[in-house]
Design a protein around this ligand. Structure first.
Ligand code: ZN
Length: 334
């Protein structure tokens, strides 16, 4: 169910993601099966809903994006983030320009207009602050060239770029030229889902506010071809300030609050702990959230090194961290 204000009254609308819509969504947006999930609960201090990489409950293996994941996202049960670059070929299916400062919309519209001069069509999506401008590619294209094209455009228009050291400016996804094996780069909120912080869905301008109309609008956009991108970027390089951060070597080691991951202490988040053998035993926060573990003994924390803890009912570390409002964050925008 989604609420929409129309003519002053709230209209309840049930959104159904049909298999056909899901297929088109995946064709347009999904370039690799790794994804992020937005926390359903806000961080107790910052109030923000962070994104984390979901893991399988038992094995701890990363969850892969499936048709059902997209259905859950479009129908509002979860909110996913999508990665731009496929590390197998360093190519992307889309380019998204993220802007969230005071004059963000002016700059995005400037860019959108300039793109039309190259016959490049784009879709402007509203966001919590500002918006996201999406360009779709006829075939997956080299991330570095996509970035070169957009940064060159921004420079010619005098549109500020965040990566160049300015506090405010556009951010371009893909945010890297290349992604190493085992790395991910930055994810951006998947369009047409519910933003957990804003508690609402953000739509694209230019089509009715229904999944069918929005997806149909996106499929009708002209897609940028490899030949065009080669032509637009011929003889051009990334500005040096941008090129500096072009490849991500390692996965993130610090969390979104700038603290080392080891800085998290599970003992700060559980109560009524007792010692059983080598472990502290307590109620698992993730189980508690689901109304389980009334016996308060599912969570075992190693006394000698409390960095190691485990829920005997199978909750993952990610689930436990999310349950205490300290999800393991990943680089994200959105
Ligand atoms: Zn548990």
């Amino acid at each position: 169910m989604a609420d929409a204000l129309k003519g002053g009254k709230t209209v309840k609308r049930r959104l159904t993601a049909t298999p056909a819509l899901i297929k088109i969504y995946i064709d347009l947006f999904v370039n690799r099966r790794a994804y992020t999930l937005q926390s359903m609960r806000p961080h107790p201090e910052s109030g923000r809903h962070y994104y984390y990489r979901p893991k399988e409950r038992d094995s701890g293996a990363p969850l892969l994006l499936m048709e059902q994941t997209v259905a859950d996202h479009l129908e509002g049960r979860i909110t996913i983030g999508l990665y731009a670059i496929n590390p197998l070929n360093q190519r992307c299916k889309w380019v998204a320009i993220d802007a969230d400062y005071a004059t963000a919309m002016d700059d995005l519209i400037k860019l959108q207009y300039q793109l039309t001069k190259d016959r490049v069509e784009s879709a402007l999506e509203m966001s919590k602050r500002g918006g996201h401008l999406w360009i779709f590619l006829a075939t997956p294209l080299i991330a570095r060239k996509c970035r070169t094209y957009i940064y060159d455009l921004a420079q010619r228009l005098g549109v500020p770029v965040k990566a160049s050291g300015l506090a405010e400016g556009i951010e371009v996804f893909p945010k890297h030229d290349e992604i190493q094996k085992g790395a991910f780069g930055n994810a951006i909120r998947g369009p047409l889902g519910i933003h957990r912080g804003a508690k609402r869905r953000f739509w694209f301008y230019g089509a009715d506010y229904s999944l069918e109309a929005q997806i149909e609008f996106l499929t009708r956009l002209r897609k940028l071809t490899e030949e065009e991108l080669d032509r637009f970027t011929e003889g051009k390089e990334l500005p040096p300030s941008i090129a500096r951060e072009r490849s991500e070597v390692e996965p993130v080691s610090k969390n979104a609050f700038g603290e080392n991951r080891r800085g998290f202490r599970i003992l700060d988040h559980v109560s009524k702990t007792r010692v059983v053998g080598r472990n502290y035993v307590a109620q698992c926060p993730s189980c508690a959230l689901a109304g389980r573990d009334s016996g308060r003994d599912n969570l075992a924390i190693l006394v000698s090194d409390p960095r190691f803890y485990r829920c005997w009912a199978g909750c993952t570390k990610q689930m436990i961290r999310a349950a205490v409002g300290k999800p393991i964050p990943v680089r994200h925008s959105g």
